[in-house]
Design a protein around this ligand. Sequence first.
Ligand code: MN
Length: 413
Amino acid sequence: MLRVTEYASATDTGLARRANEDALLARAPLFVVADGMGGAQAGEVASNAAVRAFEPGLPDAVSPEAGLAAVVTEANREIHAMSREDVHRAGMGTTVTAAHVGEHDVAIAHVGDSRAYRLRDGTFERLTDDHSLVEELRRQGKLTAEEAEVHPQRSIITRALGPEPTIEVDTSSWRARDGDLFLLCSDGLTSMVSEAELNDLVLRDTPTTLEALARRLIAAANAAGGKDNITVVLFRIGEVPAATAGAAPPPADEQATMAGGDAPTAAQVRAAVQDAQAAEVQHAQDAAPRRLAPREPGDPRADIPRRSTLRKLLTVITVLAVVGTPVLVAGYISSQAVYFVGTNDGFVAMYRGLPYELPAGVNLYTVNYTSGVPVAAVPAGRREALLDHSLRSREDAADLVRQLERGELVSPR
Ligand code: MN
């Protein structure tokens, strides 16, 4: 299966603008670039709203392409509503180019004149059509591609999120291959640097890090004048071994513990879960050292949180498992807003549920989100504190993974 193996992003105000109205999200498997427009910070409001719409991830039960389109449609509705509520925001809008990396395909949704490119086998290819005036003229044969690239009105766009209550979203899916490199960028890059030059920059830099390449692209746009905000998001895709059984969090040894007494009621289970959750949230706020050792897939150690609330909860689960209702318990628990951070196939992952497996092979957790951060990228000394399967609120777990993705907790540079 394919995964994001490396990614980097950079955004820059450029040399001519006072504010940066571009926004980006780089959080495998989702990558988004948005370029806002509208006076008095309205552009920033619009581009940030577009990017924020992707933070919860894509809706389940539809294809990634349909999911991306649904998020864009909803973002348009929200931005349009905001523009009507506040006179200072009237007419604000934003482009959006979003990509989702699946196991086999990269899905792209796109509105406006930000762009997606793919570098494969030395060929640099644009994957999106600009929704711009000059692109329309080029399609009608009134401008050549070369004229379009330098046309003074090239920043006038014909489609954006915000101005209209409904939006037409372009979507596409691209079968991915080991080694594919994708670039999402705002027009602050492509209006200053020609595609031929981009091609050279990307090819020349392929052996170095994507972070260096991102900086190089921004520098090239600024060297050419930097007349607009510049944003680039780069991600590389690679083949990783398919999921192996038991690669998720290992079972806890305490599941074998027998507990006496009557089986607890649903209310008691609920109370125990809430206790554990509250204790964990408090724990995170206290920033006290965590006591657990992180576990790699297949690690024979099966340490389990020793906090009394969690022990109580596990005992409750054990009892319920023993009395023969594991599926009900699993269903009940997974409906609770309990999350933890661990590893999945060697990548940092966020799980929903409890780090626990019942004897019948019923897991009390599901993978909520697998990041593009390899466990190996988290220094061994920090894994204990970060990947310890502590119960967290959804926000706390997501925030931790996000910080790891930004490299904030990985290594001081
Ligand atoms: Mn722009």
